[in-house]
Structure formats: C-alpha cells, structure tokens
Design a protein around this ligand. Sequence first.
Ligand code: NAD
Length: 365
Amino acid sequence: MTKKYTIAMLEGDGIGPEIMREAVKVLNVIQTRSGVKFDLKYAPFGGKAYFDTGLAFPDETKKVCDEADAILKGPIGLSHTESEKIPVEQRPERGALLPLRRRYNTYANFRPVYLPAELAHFSPLKPHVVEGGIDFMMIRELVGGLYFGAKERGVTPEGLRYVKETLEYDEAQIRRILVVAFDVARKRKKVLHNVHKSNVLMSSVLWNEIVEEVAADYPDVAVKHMIVDAAATALCLNPRQFDVMVMENMFGDILSDLGGGLLGSLGLMPSACIGAGKSYYEPSHGSAPDIAGKGIANPYSMIGSVAMMLEMSFGLEAESRAVWDAMRRVFGHGFTTADLRAPGDNQRVISTSEFGDHVTAALTA
Ligand code: NAD
C-alpha cells in the first residue's frame, strides 16, 4: 500500500511563499521517485494570517497542524513598520511562532551549519580558516528560557517604565535537550561543545551540573565547555573545531545566525524543530522583507528543511541524502544565488525558481 504523509504547509510572510514553492517542487519529485504520497494542506500563519483573519495562528491552522504528520513552515515576520500595525500579542513571533513551539513542545532545534569543501569560497572567512569546509550541528533548546518565561511591564513608584522577563529552566527540560545532543555527538565525532554563561547566570550553573550528570552515561563523548561570548569569537576564528554544540534557547538563536554568517548567507540555514509527538521544519532565518517579491531569495534553507523532514519525520534517509546531494551539485555546476555572489566570482546567478528547477532536474537525472 502507498505510504501517505500529511504535511501542514505554513507559507508564512515575506519570502516564505516564494521559497515554499521551490520546496513543493522537490516534494513532488520525491513522491515520484519514492512512491510515497504527500498530502499538502496549506494554512495561514504569521503576519499575513493576522491581517486576513485577525489571528496570527488561527484555529483552522491549529487543526491542520494537529492532524498533520509533520509541519513545514516558511519564515514569518514583517518589516518594523508593518509590525507596528499589529497588537503586540498578535505580532508574528509572539502570536504564532512561540505558540506553535509551545503547542507541540518542540524542544530540540537542530541547525546544521554546513558548507562542503568545494563550496568553502561562499564563506566570508579567510580561505585557510575554512579549508576543508564547515560541518557542525548546533542544537538549541527551543521551548524554555527567557523567550518563554513570565513577562511583566509596569511603572515603578518613581514613575519609571520598567520590564521584567524571567529565565527559567527545570532540570528535566535541561536533561532532555542534553540527551539529544549527546546522542547526536555519539553518532558523529564524539565531541560535544557545551555553550554556557556560568560565570554570570545561575541557569548556566544548573545547566552545567546536568551536563556532568548526563555525561556519565556517555563516557565515549568528550565534553568541552565554552562560555557563550568566547564561543562567538571561536566560531569566527576556528569554526572547524566544532562538531556538535548544545546551548539554551537565546544563545542558540543568536549563535546560529552567526552560523549563517560563517556560511555566507542565512539562506544556507535550514532547521528541524523536534517534539515528542510532532515536529516542524523551517529555515533558521526570518522573512527577509528587504528582498521579498524579487525572486532572488535562496530557497536552499527551505529545501534543506524538507530534506531534514524526509529523514527525521518520515525515515526517508536515502531521499533526504539525494536532496542534499542535488543542492550541492547545483552549486557545484557553477550556479549561485544572489545572496552568495561575491565580487569577481564567475558563477552564474540564478533566481529562486531557477534554483528549484535545477534541484529537481538533478533529482530526476
Ligand atoms: P532575516 O533573517 O529575515 O534577514 C536577515 C538578512 O538575511 C536579510 O538581509 C535577508 O535578505 C537575508 N536573508 C535571509 N534569508 C535569506 C534567504 N533565504 N535568501 C537570501 N537572503 C536571505 O532577519 P530580519 O530582517 O531581522 O527579520 C525579518 C523578519 O523575520 C522580522 O519580522 C523577524 O521578526 C522575523 N523572523 C522570523 C523568524 C522565523 O520565522 N523563525 C526567524 C527570524 C526572524
């Protein structure tokens, strides 16, 4: 019997619909190649959803997501001016993204920072720093910490406006993300970089205690501790020392964008957000309002998210590898997208849809 998977398709804002179209081309080819069937259910989500329906994460979308086997999500978010037109609680991150993460408890965020040796020239780092390519996995805790803690805004008795945000983790939340990270490290080079700020934050002191406890079950994995600010420098000076990195929510948000910078563009950053019962897949970047509608966005991040979904939600490892290989071959053939173009290089710049066409051609070849 044909295996069928239902995918909730949340196109999002800005470049979301453009890059999602290319992901759909790839899903169609995978259907033909593998014999599985994908049932794509589109639903509104994010800023446009708010303007169309009054809610950034409408009930109808929740139902589609609840019933899906996996969720493929484009980036959401608006320009600063457009965001200001929406009540704070309904702005895309607060009204849609965080509730999506909370609803499915997608605590484990995988962000591969990957540039094979032959594409190392895309990196803005000096050639000797990236010689041999970049290949590490950032694992970010996604449903705890400062982003999810209690928030308060008010006025002090002296009449000053103030805010209070809470950074909270319990040991179970910390342990489960560390177990994910140790498991990944065990399957790779058996080296785990633990990124923290225990010199200042109590949350990092507890985090590091749990690291020691979990490490006892993984004697084959070497743990290296790094303070988050030093890690930012180390990523720029010697990214090749890393294989698997684990960190709490906000550190991961910031350092993974630095990862995109190491590769040459956020357009090379897909991600997987894994929960116990349901997972969703999205580019690590935002909706890029500065280039939306121009046909120049790099859809690699969205197609890479599809590759991660094929492997992690549907167990289609061979198909997932084929998608990665196809994208690598497109670049290998001398094509590039506008975000990766460097002055003086002689690569041919292709549009968002041309990139998708080349990937599907490589997959069918
Ligand atoms: P951004 O990630 O959208 O863009 C940063 C820079 O990277 C821009 O110059 C953009 O053009 C470029 N870029 C990003 N993706 C690209 C791609 N695929 N191809 C080529 N270039 C690409 O960050 P921003 O401008 O700070 O945020 C825009 C909006 O996105 C904001 O509303 C923000 O809140 C939201 N956001 C959403 C998510 C999400 O949906 N998970 C994540 C981050 C930011």
